[in-house]
Design a protein around this ligand. Structure first.
Ligand SMILES: [Fe+2]
Length: 458
């Protein structure tokens, strides 16, 4: 009905309603329904992090990237799904909202939510976020133990996207702090979990660098036109980053082995934004290959969440002599969350897996497999009303090849209002799932997850 009131009625926040409706409590389910057969060699925990505000936020100021972190885990052993749990990551504001003691260690109450990734490293489980807040150490039951700056060895900011070098066992990351406009840092953490390097890299305007890539000799730095905006902060958005038209875009190659800090070779590229590179590697010391999900722009029009109009999977080839870039389109369907067999991080690889994107805040329906050697693409369509998140590749055994693995991820079923932890055979990609473990509620779409073998964290 027409009324003046309806004209000014605000639309519901797209990242707080519908598929994104937050869970209002923590659950434990021990008798999960399973369709199919869970591979018996999967002994560990699949766990994923994502935003889930602990209290209803002010919708005018809420941004998806700032929601309180919640981890969702399923424990698998001997072909059985032993449990599903969801637990808020106890940032300062979550602990206060739940009326609990604040966990030990220094947080960062400016960027407080720890909502983006969860990894196993140095025998521990870490919930991560970029731009300032300290990592939170969790136990294997997903309880938050403490804010842990790698035993106090981390002096500056960390990131949600460190990369494990499978050869050295080191973790590498490019990190930034909110409001620090002239510098980002290259952080290296030893296999035992101690920061051994924090080298400054000079930048301008405070770029938001979500992720990076590593090769045998380089760290790849993505200095793109999403930058800090104090004006945006003061005009009502708690997310102080925006697309700055006309601001140059460049890719930096930082020599991993250089002892002098900040030695970066920069190459200009056309403006775009990349949350996630897939993998990168060098070819005969002449060329660096970098595969990315590239967006035409980001945070140009919305205060609610990502707003790019177009993205595609691209291969960028950087000539290491001339420092010129050639871009090839691998696949032009909108897609994100690229993953691959991470035993091949920094090395030539053949298969990548991405998730199709839908419109705005609603995800797509398919998981995409890219055969980068044969130039072929396959889509596993989960069907109308079903929405996959990121899938992680797990080798069938330590010696198996890149084609022999399981793919694990959550698929939301809006028809049944349930979520399926879905296991696909990477080598039989288009066939029905090997197993689906049913979680009896919707797990709101989130960000990144990983498979944590029991042997890694006990
Ligand atoms: Fe990410």
């Amino acid at each position: 009905m027409f009324s003046i009131k309806n004209i000014f009625k605000k639309k519901p926040h797209p990242f707080l309603h519908g598929i994104h409706t937050p869970l209002d409590r923590e659950f434990l389910y021990e008798n999960l329904t399973v369709n199919g057969n869970i591979p018996s060699e999967l002994d560990g925990l699949y766990v994923r992090n994502g935003p889930n505000p602990v209290k209803p936020p002010n919708e005018r100021r809420y941004h998806w990237f700032l929601g309180d972190g919640m981890v969702h885990g399923v424990k698998l052993k001997n072909g059985v799904a032993e449990w599903y749990k969801n637990r808020w990551v106890r940032s300062y504001s979550v602990s206060k909202a739940l009326g609990e003691e604040v966990i030990p260690g220094a947080s960062n109450q400016v960027v407080d939510a720890v909502n983006t990734n969860i990894i196993a490293f140095a025998g521990k489980l870490w919930a991560l976020v970029e731009a300032g807040s300290s990592p939170v150490q969790l136990d294997v039951n997903l309880n938050s133990l403490k804010h842990d700056r790698f035993g106090g060895s981390l002096k500056k900011a960390f990131t949600a996207h460190p990369h494990l070098d499978p050869i050295s066992g080191e973790l590498h990351a490019i990190c930034y702090s909110v409001g620090k406009k002239g510098r980002v840092t290259h952080v290296v953490i030893s296999p035992s979990g101690e920061v051994v390097k924090e080298s400054p890299i000079c930048v301008e305007g405070g770029p938001s660098i979500h992720d990076c890539a590593i090769t045998k000799n380089y760290i790849v730095v993505l200095d793109l036109p999403v930058v800090f905006s104090l004006g945006k902060f003061f005009t009502g958005s708690l997310f102080p980053y925006h697309w700055k038209s006309g601001r140059p875009a460049r890719v930096g190659l930082l020599n991993r082995h250089s002892t002098s800090s900040g030695e970066v070779r920069w190459v200009k590229i056309d403006p775009c934004y990349v949350f996630h590179p897939c993998n990168a590697y060098e070819v005969n010391s002449k060329e660096l290959v970098l595969d990315v999900c590239a967006h035409d722009s980001m945070f140009a029009s919305s205060n609610y969440g990502p707003d790019s109009k177009f993205s595609q999977f691209e291969r960028w080839r950087i000539d290491l002599a001339s420092m010129k870039v050639t871009k090839d389109i691998i696949h032009n369907k909108p897609q994100e969350f690229p993953r691959f067999d991470e035993r091949l991080t920094g090395q030539k690889y053949r298969f990548a897996y991405t998730v199709s994107l839908g419109n705005g805040s609603v995800p797509g329906n398919s998981l995409i497999k890219h055969d980068l050697q044969e130039g072929k693409t396959y889509e596993h369509d989960f069907g109308r009303g079903c929405f996959p998140g990121e899938f992680v590749f797990v080798p069938k055994d330590p010696e198996s090849g890149e084609e022999e693995g399981w793919l694990l991820g959550y698929v939301l079923d809006m028809r049944e209002r349930t979520t399926l932890l879905t296991i696909l055979d990477s080598n039989d990609f288009l066939s029905p799932s090997v197993a689906e473990i049913k979680i009896p509620h919707l797990v709101p779409p989130g960000f990144h997850g990983n498979w944590v073998p029991t042997s890694l964290v006990g």
